[in-house]
Design a protein. Structure first.
Length: 409
């Protein structure tokens, strides 16, 4: 039994609290973990920053755990050892073993995922584990990993129902992962994250992009180059990155800084790690002729950034788009209209997927001249033009699944 199957169809009234996961982890004796943890929060770039961080640590010979959220295709992707996802039979064993604990403490799905991660990484005797925050920070279950280093990439518009409608409230929520006396690495000095951090945190713990460490780089159609990075005695020049996009320069810089709070990096290993980093579904080029790009951007700010970079470096791509019912996908459509006058729409299989007719109606309202409906995500592979799949990680996952089937056949 997979964890997803255990929770399928169950509507949990989620009350923001750490009490459930704290009691469950204490019950299992996990309040003091035998490994070091690095935790990454923020609105955009969490996954990529985790990917760079994990690869840097692994390249230096450390056995790594990596907790990912959400998964794209298979649930086992959420728990990784040295980059390798958990075997399905192992996940079944953990679900079977921990099911009474999930029920005893009435854990939510994400809390159950976190508890499995804590136990799995302990059992696998990892040296260091990288945890990606699920939502916000202050009440996020991953806080029980007791990180030795925390990272916050940025604060934009997301999960306004839970984190607040104004950006200052969201900054406070995300800063909730901070632990006094431990480094907190911030992506920039941009308001309000830095100003709120000065209010809420000990400034001796703060390491801030643009103040303490510096970086810049450039992007071409298929490649991203970290032209310069500097922090303390670490200096890098002209390092190709394994992930595409201007924002990956910032994500890589955050990862270098965070990892360097835990280890003394070797420059050669550092360069190899940055070049070898891969993260599925994040501006992932899976085909060049015609171009097929997969990106899991699903909030307005991230889609806006993707559109800007694609227009600048890749030219005109036709979007394949979907949205989730509770997400603010309508505003995202306005930015996609800047990318093309044409759009493909598809309804994903997930129960939260927005209705296809609702997507079509709004696309016409936005002003798309051609609105084309796909019967399934598999149809994406038949499109003979340059396209970008965007709007939902679930959509990216379904296209990845379709690609997998084609390769097997």
């Amino acid at each position: 039994m997979l964890l997803y199957h255990l929770y399928r169809g169950k509507d949990y009234h989620i009350v923001p609290t750490l009490e459930r996961i704290q009691k469950a982890s204490q019950f299992l004796g996990l309040e003091r973990l035998p490994y070091t943890s690095l935790q990454v929060g923020g609105t955009n770039g969490k996954g990529s920053t985790c990917a760079f961080s994990e690869m840097i640590l692994r390249q230096h010979g450390y056995k790594t755990g990596w907790f990912v959220s959400p998964h794209l295709v298979e649930e086992e992707e959420r728990w990784r050892i040295n980059g390798e996802k958990m075997p399905p039979q192992v996940l079944e064993e953990y679900v079977r073993e921990l099911k009474p604990i999930f029920e005893k403490f009435e854990l939510t799905y994400f809390e159950a995922c976190t508890l499995i991660a804590l136990e799995y990484f302990k059992d696998q005797k990892v040296d260091v584990a990288v945890f990606e925050v699920g939502m916000g920070g202050r009440w996020d279950a991953t806080r029980v990993c007791n990180p030795s280093v925390c990272v916050i990439t940025n604060v934009e518009r997301d999960h306004t129902k839970w984190l607040g409608r104004d950006v200052e409230s969201r900054a406070v929520e995300k800063l909730g992962i901070y632990r006094k006396g431990f480094p907190l690495v911030l992506g920039s000095m941009k308001f309000p994250l830095y100003s709120k951090a000065l209010d809420l945190c000990d400034d001796r713990d703060l390491i801030v992009g643009g103040i303490d460490f510096f970086s810049y780089g450039r992007v071409s159609r298929y490649e991203t180059l970290l032209e310069y990075y500097e922090w303390k005695d670490i200096r890098l020049e002209n390092v190709p990155l394994g992930l595409w996009g201007k924002w990956q320069i910032g994500n890589a810089s955050l990862a270098i800084t965070a990892a360097s709070c835990l280890i003394k990096p070797d420059l050669k290993m550092l360069k190899q790690a940055l070049q070898n980093t891969r993260w599925e579904g994040r501006m992932e080029i899976v085909r060049r002729e015609p171009l097929l790009v997969l990106d899991g951007a699903h909030n307005t700010d991230s889609i806006k950034k993707v559109v800007r970079e694609v227009k600048r470096y890749m030219g005109s791509l036709t979007p394949v788009f979907t949205g989730l019912k509770e997400k603010e996908w309508r505003e995202s459509m306005h930015f996609l209209r800047e990318l093309s006058h044409r759009i493909y729409l598809v309804q994903i299989k997930h129960h939260r997927g927005e209705d296809l007719l609702e997507l079509e109606s709004y696309a016409k309202k936005v002003g798309f001249e051609e609105v084309m409906l796909l019967s399934s995500s598999e149809d994406v592979l038949c499109l003979e033009e340059d396209i970008i799949v965007i709007g939902s990680l679930y959509l990216v996952g379904e296209v990845k699944q379709a690609l997998k089937k084609v390769k097997k056949s």
